[in-house]
Design a protein around this ligand. Structure first.
Ligand code: UDP
Length: 330
């Protein structure tokens, strides 16, 4: 029995592949390498291609005895999604529809889906619970929510069981140092800060200090990528054991402001990390913090790296050893 991981060459996908392999799963990776890196593919079986390619999916589902799909392959930048929503409907919604059709055709009935806190939009209360209203404020969150809803109807019609995992802010890297975060262009706060510490950028821009928070900067719930990866494995196990679908938040339940993240990175790297105040970024809610009680009680999830220090330290370990990401020759 094998697990197909779409987007398994990407940041969260590759860390999940590492976790699945460590748990003894037979893993097949499918990735078009638009954003992913061949150096991040840890599985022995790798198909480079697109989930919208019906022949390729037929080939994979026919050749391998796949009992579940873990689906990451997607575009995930809020700002870009506002600029080019149709790209997000194509790469996210259309692609998921194609994948689900092929799963149906080949009688594969389990899927773990990479969703996001962006499905909530501006939160009505903190911490956010899974039952809170979902009113996305950008096409990225909207397309992920559309897929969650597609999964619900597929369950009703075809019996496809799914677990959707709504991530808060993923960060950090695998403790063995082999894989980490490498985006081009980089837009995420922690890697940007570490690029400053490596001398690759002059400063970090703080996107607004007039939010209704204690220091005026946005608060986010940072979660270690290996804890996220472990949640996928637990979700898969639960799907196999109970055959029950579900939606789960994944975060640490503690928020840190942009200024606190920069301050912590200064302590860890020993670099002054100059920061400049800039304007707000469109679509950023002031505070996003998860309640992950449901994942803890139903999936048995226990985050191992629940301090911001541990998260930044592991990211720093990767960035220091791979200053050019997967292009580094070390
Ligand atoms: N942020 C910032 N400067 C940057 C990048 C991000 O101030 O160069 C802020 C951003 O506005 C948000 C937080 O850092 O409040 C986390 O942003 P990131 O892009 O890492 O993740 P997101 O919350 O968008 O998923």
């Amino acid at each position: 029995m094998s697990v197909l991981v779409t987007g398994g060459a990407g940041y969260i996908g590759s860390h999940t592949v590492a976790e699945l392999l460590a748990s003894g799963e037979d893993v097949i990776v499918l990735d078009n390498l638009q954003k992913g890196h061949s150096g991040a593919v840890l599985a022995d079986t790798f198909y480079q291609g697109d989930i919208r390619d019906p022949q390729l999916l037929d080939q994979i589902f026919t050749r391998h005895d796949i009992d579940a799909v873990v689906h990451f392959a997607a575009d995930s930048l809020v700002g870009e999604s506002v600029q080019d929503p149709l790209k997000y409907y194509d790469n996210n919604v259309v692609a998921a529809q194609r994948l689900l059709s092929k799963m149906k055709e080949h009688n594969v009935k389990r899927i773990v889906f990479s969703s996001t806190a962006a499905t909530y939009g501006e939160p009505k209360r903190i911490p956010i619970r899974e039952t809170d209203p979902t009113e996305p404020t950008n096409p990225y969150g909207e397309t992920k929510l559309a897929i969650e809803k597609m999964l619900k109807w597929c369950e009703q019609a075809y019996g496809t069981k799914s677990v959707s995992l709504r991530y808060f802010n993923a960060a950090g890297a695998h403790p063995d140092g082999r894989i980490g975060e490498d985006h081009d262009p980089e837009t995420h706060l922690i890697p940007i800060i570490l690029q400053v510490a490596l001398g690759q950028r002059e400063h970090v821009s703080i996107f607004g200090d007039d939010y209704p928070t204690e220091d005026g900067t946005c608060i986010r719930d940072y979660i270690h990528v290996m804890d996220l990866a472990n949640a996928h494995w637990l979700a898969l196990k639960r799907l196999r054991e109970t055959n029950e679908s579900g939606i789960y938040n994944l975060g640490n339940g503690t928020g840190f402001s942009v200024k606190q993240v920069i301050e912590t990175a200064r302590r860890i790297t020993g670099h002054p990390i100059p920061a400049q105040m800039g304007p707000r970024r469109a679509g950023d809610p002031a505070v996003l913090v998860a309640s992950s009680g449901k994942a803890k009680s139903e999936l048995g999830w226990k985050p191992k790296y629940d301090s911001l220090e541990q998260i930044i330290e592991s990211a720093w370990n990767w960035h220091r050893n791979h200053p050019a990401g997967y292009r580094s020759h070390i």
